[in-house]
Design a protein around this ligand. Structure first.
Ligand code: MN3
Length: 243
């Protein structure tokens, strides 16, 4: 084998291991973005939290966190796995499902949204968090909303005025500009075929009653105030910097 064929076979081997071995072995998350089209083998499963159910006390109580994660979120996943069987959604990633779903698939819309939204939400909250964002995100919030306090007011207002169940979002639009929106039920800004205000979520708040009723009952504004104490701004900053 001369040097050229050697290099060529080396390139082929590395391409093969990059694309096929992870496929065979079933760990594909790292390479998901480079694989063409859709690619997912296993059913969706409940993501583990990186903190305990009582980790967000006293702001988010243990029982609410436990029921919210192990019952509500788990139910969305179970229903989603059942609903996508033998449909074009079956092999799609969770993000692709958001992008492709239409109002013709209400069960996938609701449960796919439910799985995406909750998986996202658990990551942008944390124990010993809160405070204020720093760096580029802090600057962007100031430029867009005037100040951090004005941003919080506008976000809280969107949460208070969402009638019934839904979510509040801080997202980046296609021009990389921050905006606040609210969606009904389990819709989210990634659902480009459903929502008007499309974007990439940076921060989210679940304002369904199941997210707060045990501790805050009818006082949704108190729950929204408590939320600021558990926002994981470091995680939001990371997402913002990745655009
Ligand atoms: Mn919820």
């Amino acid at each position: 084998m001369n040097k050229r064929t050697f290099l060529k076979s080396l390139a082929l081997i590395s391409a093969a291991s990059f694309l096929q071995i992870p496929r065979i072995m079933g760990f594909h998350t790292q390479n998901e973005e480079i694989l063409p089209e859709t690619y997912r083998e296993n059913d969706f499963s409940l993501p583990q939290l990186s903190y305990s159910y009582d980790g967000l006390e006293p702001y988010f109580d243990k029982m609410t966190m436990e029921i919210h994660h192990s019952k509500h979120h788990a139910a969305y996943i179970k229903n989603l796995n059942e609903a996508i069987k033998n449909t074009p959604f079956e092999k799609m990633t969770l993000e692709e499902i958001q992008a492709k779903v239409t109002d013709k698939f209400p069960i996938i819309r609701n449960n796919g949204g439910g799985h995406y939204n909750h998986s996202f939400f658990w990551q942008i909250i944390a124990p010993q968090a809160g405070g204020e964002p720093t760096g580029k995100l802090a600057e962007a919030i100031k430029t867009t909303f005037g100040s951090f306090d004005k941003f919080k007011e506008q976000f809280a207002q969107a949460g208070k005025s969402r009638f019934g169940s839904g979510w509040v979002w801080l997202s980046l639009d296609k021009n990389k500009k921050l905006f606040i929106s609210s969606t009904p039920n389990q819709d989210n800004p990634l659902m480009t075929k459903i929502v008007k205000e499309k974007g990439k979520p940076m921060l989210a708040l679940d304002v369904w009653e199941h997210a707060y009723y045990l501790k805050y009952q009818n006082k949704r504004p108190d729950f929204i105030n408590a939320f600021w104490n558990v926002v994981n701004w470091k995680e939001v900053e990371k997402r913002f910097e990745n655009g």
